[in-house]
Design a protein around this ligand. Structure first.
Ligand code: PMP
Length: 420
């Protein structure tokens, strides 16, 4: 058992646990004006611990060269470290093989890769693609582009008033034309955790492959792609305490092998003549050009950091924080939480009667509190709830109950300023 687990099981000591990890994040010591920063925008991007920053510095100062292309010392080191990062990602999500992990520039890029590599090859006119009402634009727009190009049809799984998918409606959407399902593990706007395991099994019984957008899940929940049995799973490093500009596509080897390349160029080929090019094996077939080497290695360090804490411990602590903040925010008159699923990560989207979310965000910023306001790149959800936008507080394992209290006080201040 890890030290972190022991601490979590003891009563009333989660604060000790958190302060121990909080100290790893230099940015959390910032002041915004004269107020301590309360960073509650983790669903957009989480912060980076010193451990990852140091790893990036070490790479740049002692290990940098281009990979896969030379026999000199630095190139060998950089190649080794880059491939080690791939293996770390493989173990993090329990993929069967390292070659099933493709480095991409992020979640959006990974979904576009599958759309081009799988969708453009296998989806035809009249075929149907199932999405859900909870998707981020990154998991809507590429499929719409494909549908437009091919004459395919998009079907959408509806949600209930709590922001949960109606699984029985999902099942009714399947017919002989269904060819692909793309759905989020966790909703970025509402925090809902979707029952993806059952949904994947249902699709597979009908021979339909499934892509899971794990952008909001991978930092909160332990992911096991073999247990889930998804065909594709995608996420970005910058939501897992890692750098921007890097993410992964996990794909089952047989799916990736059957797909066509997305981008052409160096490294993704096995031989090139003007008459014909043959492609490299996976994962390289999908990694054209010089990748973000430093970012991939930093991603590997972020995975080490998170794994050392333990995703189960993180999930337990964040759930405690979610329950604490939800109870208190729900008690404030005029504040409405949007998304009340019984299965949620620590994301609280809310509206305040008579006050525009942008004003809420601006006033909270004056208190040093960073929340996101807007449609969260999920306009269909806003339309479903008939609202233009929400304010969204999203917590990470380094946030504290004191910060939840600061948010609640901040909301009270916003009310006073606007409604007095
Ligand atoms: N999907 C979901 C559910 C997200 O929350 C995000 C980021 N907000 C994305 C996709 C896109 O991720 P990225 O911008 O890192 O490509």
């Amino acid at each position: 058992m890890r030290a972190a687990d022991i601490i979590f099981q003891a009563d009333n000591v989660s604060a000790t646990f958190i302060h121990q990890f909080r100290a790893d994040f230099p940015i959390l010591n910032l002041k915004i004006g004269d107020k301590p920063l309360v960073y509650l925008d983790n669903a957009a991007s989480s912060q980076m611990p010193q451990f990852v920053i140091d790893r990036l510095v070490r790479y740049q100062t002692t290990q940098h060269a281009n990979i896969h292309r030379a026999v000199h010392y630095l190139s060998e080191i950089a190649t080794h470290e880059y491939e080690m990062a791939r293996q770390k990602l493989q173990h993090f999500i329990n993929a069967g093989e390292a070659r099933e992990v493709i480095f991409t520039s992020g979640t959006t890029d990974a979904i576009n890769l599958v759309m081009h590599g799988y969708g453009r090859k296998f989806i035809q006119k009249g075929n149907e693609i199932i999405l859900t009402h909870l998707e981020h634009h990154a998991n809507i727009v590429p499929w719409q582009m494909l549908a437009e190009e091919k004459g395919a049809i998009i079907r959408v799984v509806p949600i209930n008033d709590a922001g949960e998918l109606l699984v029985e409606e999902y099942e009714k959407l399947f017919n002989e034309n269904t060819r692909f399902v793309a759905l989020s593990h966790v909703s970025n706007a509402l925090g809902t955790i979707n029952p993806i395991k059952e949904m994947i099994a249902f699709a597979h019984q009908r021979g339909v492959p499934v892509l899971i957008d794990g952008a909001q899940a991978a930092v909160h929940l332990a992911i096991d792609v073999q247990a889930l049995d998804c065909d594709f799973y995608v996420f970005s490093a910058h939501k897992l305490c890692g750098p921007t500009g890097i993410g992964i596509l996990y794909g089952k080897a047989h799916q990736l092998e059957a797909m066509q390349p997305f981008k052409g160029g160096g490294d993704m080929i096995s031989s090139v003549t003007f008459e014909k090019t043959t492609y490299n094996e996976i994962p390289y077939k999908f990694e054209a050009g010089t990748p973000p080497i430093a970012a991939a290695i930093g991603f590997g360090a972020a995975i080490d950091y998170l794994s050392n804490i333990g995703l189960d411990s993180i999930a337990r602590y964040e759930h405690e924080l979610l329950t604490y903040a939800t109870e208190r925010i729900s008690m404030i008159p005029g504040v409405k939480i949007i998304g009340n699923s019984s299965s949620k990560v620590a994301v609280i989207s809310f509206t305040m009667e008579g006050i525009h979310p942008h004003d809420v965000g601006t006033l909270l910023n004056q208190e040093g509190i960073a929340v996101r306001t807007g449609h969260h790149c999920a306009q269909p959800i806003m339309q479903r709830f008939n609202i233009p936008a929400t304010s969204r507080a999203s917590f990470a394992f380094y946030n504290t109950k004191d910060e939840a209290d600061a948010l609640i006080e901040g909301i009270q201040t916003v009310k006073k300023v606007f409604l007095s």
